[in-house]
Ligand binder design. Structure first.
Ligand code: ZN
Length: 295
């Protein structure tokens, strides 16, 4: 099969977006040396050479021939419509399609829309300077308290500033105005994360001897996210957008890996399909050489 023909078979096998013509096995040249020679040279059938030097050459040739037979078999399988490469490429294509569908679904995903909490002032903001640090504030009568967890090192001193643990307060008890249930559930969940971000900021400001915010309100803990329609926390981060960005990044990495693998598999298949004529010639050469040595 010439290079052009190989390429045509190739294109036909890989063009998946066009209606595929029925795939037929590429016809092998009728004179193609298939592998009857293998049988002739099976262990036991091989004539023993008269002198040790010829015997060594024969043994060497026989080993080379085994490799060449393997090459020819592999190359022939690459010219068949059903082969291992094709199978793997199909699997990779399916995986890639499902990753791409996930990516498309991710782009369609929107956050829980709207629903701003009232501008209830956050008052009585107190932070203690001693370890473990305590942060307190009140929103609309609901008191919140966070305490720093202490990590002790083995010599007995606190070395790492731990995370804040919430000890008091429940965002579900805050007056959030009249909201549809889905928005309310989403908002309560968001506020649960945002009060922790707020408390951590108060702790950090105290440590850095920066002034504490004086006129923060509940609205500041749930600003609308212009990207997804959800909410941004006190630090300006939208958790839903961050989660989506992370997921998108992982999916793109996965798609890249699958594409690369598919390209490698395709190149390998092509390499073997194109190697057939030369693999056959080498096998024929080896057979001829063997025949010469054994008379
Ligand atoms: Zn968002």
């Amino acid at each position: 099969m010439g290079r052009e023909e190989t390429m045509m078979v190739w294109r036909r096998l890989f063009k998946r977006d066009e209606p595929e013509p029925p795939v037929t096995a590429p016809t092998l040249p009728p004179t193609a040396p298939t592998l009857p020679a293998t049988r002739r040279h099976r262990r036991g059938d091989i004539p023993v050479a008269r002198d040790p030097e010829t015997q060594r050459a024969l043994d060497q040739l026989r080993r080379r021939r085994e490799t060449l037979v393997f090459d020819v078999e592999r190359a022939i399988s690459a010219t068949q419509p059903d082969n291992l490469w094709r199978e793997r490429i199909d699997l990779l294509r399916d995986s890639l399609a499902s990753v791409e569908a996930d990516l498309a679904a991710l782009d369609q995903e929107v956050g829980v829309a709207g629903g701003l909490p009232p501008a209830t002032p956050i008052v009585a903001v107190v932070t203690t300077a001693d370890a473990p640090m305590v942060v307190r504030f009140t929103i609309g009568g609901e008191s919140f308290e966070f305490q720093e967890e202490i990590d002790w090192d083995q010599r007995g001193g606190p070395v790492v500033r731990g995370d804040l643990r919430q000890r008091e307060g429940d965002v579900a008890r805050l007056a959030l105005g009249d909201l549809p249930i889905a928005q309310r559930v989403g908002l309560v969940q968001h506020l649960g994360e945002s009060v922790l971000v707020f408390a951590t900021d108060l702790r950090d400001r105290t440590l850095n001897q920066e002034p504490l915010p004086v006129s923060a309100t509940l609205t500041d803990l749930a600003r609308p996210c212009p990207e997804c329609g959800g909410w941004r926390d006190w630090g300006g981060t939208c958790a839903a957008c961050a989660r989506r960005a992370f997921r998108r990044q992982s999916l793109r990495a996965e798609a890249g890996r699958l594409t690369k693998e598919r390209e490698e598999e395709t190149a390998e298949w092509r390499k073997w399909a194109e190697r057939l004529p030369i693999a056959r010639r080498r096998l024929a050469d080896a057979d001829a050489e063997m025949a010469k040595l054994t008379g």
